[in-house]
Structures are given as C-alpha cells and as structure tokens.
Design a protein around this ligand. Sequence first.
Ligand code: BGP
Length: 466
Amino acid sequence: MPEGFLWGGALAANQTEGGWNEGGRGMSHSDLIPQGSDRWDVMFGRQKPVDDPDRLYPCRWGNDFFHHWHEDVELFAEMGFKCLRLSICWSRIFPTGMEAEPNGEGLEFYRQVFEALREHGIEPLVTLSHYDYPLALVERYGGWQSREMIERYAHYVETVGRAYQGLVRYWLTFNEINSVALSYLNAGVTLEDERDRAAVTAAFSHHMFMASARAVEILHKIDPANKVGCMIAAGATYPYRCAPEDVWLAYEEDRGRYFYTDVMAAGAYPAWKLRALEKEGVHVPFEPGDTEYLAEHTVDFISFSYYCSRLVCADDQVIAEKAEGNVFPTLRNPYLKDKETAWKWQIDALGLRVTLAGYHDRYHLPLFIAENGVGGLDALEDGKVHDAYHIDYLRRHILALRDAIVEDGVDLMGYTPWGCIDLVSAGTGEMKKRYGFIFVDKDNEGNGTLNRSKKKSFDWYKQGIA
Ligand code: BGP
C-alpha cells in the first residue's frame, strides 16, 4: 500500500449525531425525513416534509455521537484509524443558514472532535454537506433552485474553513452530488409538479456546481495545503447483453455519472450534456463568468461511494427483474445472484476495480473511496457480534482496491468504509441495517442503552490496518 494511505471509516452528522435540539443547533431538513413507507416520497421530493408528532424522525437521534464522541473516537483510534470521514451539520454552525455570526457552541463541538482525532493521529476528512441543510434555508429559498444558496454556503464554508485551519486538511464539498438527479431532497428541493423537473434539476445542479467551485476557491485561499474533493455515488454500469443497444445504454448511464466529475474535476459541462439540454429546451442558469469560474476552481481529488455495480438492458422483454442498490435503480445481475446482502444489494468487488480504473483513466487525479460496505442484520451474543459476512465483503473489496493500485496504477489516497459505527440508514431510516465495526445498542424505534460493543470485524480491521 502507498505510504500514508488513509485507512479509516466514514460517517455523517445526520445519521449519527443526534442532539438535534441541543447546543444551539437549528433544525435541519433531514430532521423531517420520516421512517416509514413514504420515506422515499419525501426524499424524492414528491411529498413535502412535515413535522408530525406521531411520526419517527430517526435523524434527530442518530446513534447519539453528540454525547458519545469521546468514546467513539477512542474506539476508532484503537482500531488504528488514520482517517475519519465525518460531516459538519450546517445548522449547528448557522441555525437558520442566514445568520452573519456563527453559533459558537457548534463551532466548539467540532473543534473538540477534530482536536481529539488529531491527538490520536487521525486525519479528519470533512464533508461540508451530507444530506442536511438548515431547514429555514430550504423553506426560504426552495433549496438549491435559488442562486442565493451559493452565498449562504460560501459564508458557511469560509467560517468553518477559518475556524478549523490547520485542524482539517481534507474536505468534500457535497455528499453524492449526483444523487440529486433522483433524490431531490438532497438538493433541498421538493417538487410536486413533474413538468418542471428537467428545468429545476438543471438549475439546482448548476448552483451546486458553482457552490462546490466556490468552496475550492475559499479553502485554497485560507490554506494552500487544503485538499478539496468532490463526492459521487459511483458504481460501474454493465450491459446485460453484447447487443450494441445495451452497450450504448450502459455507456450513457456511466456518462451521466461522469457528467458531475466532468464539471467539478475537468472544469466544464461536456458537449453531449449541453446538446441534450438544448434539445429538451432546458435553460441552465449560467451567468457571465460561470464557465471560466468552473474551469478555474476544479477539485484536487475525486471521492466516491461504491456499494455495487449496476446493470441495464435496452429491451425490457429480455430482462425486467430489478435488484436493490444505492440510490439508483438497477436490474438484477444473474452472475451475482448468489451474492446479495440482506437488503438485496448485489455484491461485486471487481466492480470496485472497474469503477476506480474508470475514474483514474478519465481524469488522472487522486481518488478516495469515501464509502463502501455492507448493511447487515447483527445481533449481540455474549457481548460479541459475529459479523463474518461483513469481513468477507470488506476483504474482497480491499483486494480489489489493491489490484487497482498495484496493477492499474490508480493513485488512491484512502479507504473509509461506511458506517464504521452502527448508524441510521439513509435509505430506510432503520437502525437495524448495520454497517459498523462497532455495534450500537439501539433499535428502529429509538430504544436501547446506546452501549457500544466491538464486533468480530473490529479486530479483523484493526489487524488489517496494522
Ligand atoms: C450513501 C450515503 C450514506 C449511506 C450509504 C448507505 O448513499 O452517502 O449516507 O447511508 O449510502 O446507504 P443506506 O443507508 O441506504 O444503506
């Protein structure tokens, strides 16, 4: 492995922190994402989020990292982590997103966490925005549909960039920025009217691109040693058949994902995208200077999440069986039918190498695997969790990333498996979908002692890092 490789784990404020009404924190839009069958209607923006006293909103509690972080950081250090990916909750710093002055208590909270990490030699990798925005901003501006959001975000980035100068060197601008194409709420947008979809998507994506470029500029100015990356929900797409139509469809799918890195890493909207938008009659709200600005402030590295590959077929008479997966829909790959997680995500370690090689060959930039892992059903037996399936999944993926480094020459900075401590699932809102090396005693309804216990994978990963 390369010298200084950042082995570690990943988590996000909205799924771990809790303390939603403590420490001067304002309400986040994720505090209104309910558990239940209409969760995806809210996340897709088809249904407006509401505050219903009879519903469960698991992002309000997470795994209570807010009160347990000392202990959690100790456990990460014990595993030998070199890096922890975590996010800042924007509304803990600016409760409505519109204040001129930050909430001192919020700034202090993260300062203590970052200092504790540094004391243990753990490099923080900070996601500036991981699926939560101050609710007041979303209500006032309709999320990223409004260009005004760029200024609010820039003020927030400047504030945390200055506050944590020297403590944090690695930053990510938006978690899984491409997920907004489906999950509108990730752009803080709700849209009941399907007719506006294409125009609204083009607008909020453009504003998020501009904001991401702004973060690159701000953080580089604050400290030229800062490294700023983008973050993509990745996963190579395979054609079901060798029929040229299937191959083209798979190519188009991947090109749709590369669109985001073409803008943020290569610095320009690709020609195919501009033509497609023009054909659809969609106006992208470019302002004078935007093109140059995007070209000038590209990211230093590309990070992504990888859980599984995807499969497409041009003819739904041939295959129509769907599989589950991270954010994006996929067909069920018959070659992976014996390899499925408890949540029916198909396991494909070689797909990680395909994904890594794809980004490397296209952009020649350093890469970071910011998320990877398996959500499973774990039970505590005699104080231990025997999560052999978890070890098996990670082992296969680590071997694949080793091949990418050794055989393909990929410049890989680090690997932070998702949910290194059990947390609330983004997709289902459940606690029982567990990714962690550390078990947290808490159930879907929010009951439990919150006690932390090491799983079998804890010792395995510790040994691996060593
Ligand atoms: C990614 C998100 C994470 C995380 C992960 C696992 O899309 O960035 O926040 O939740 O997926 O997904 P899930 O929680 O649905 O199992």
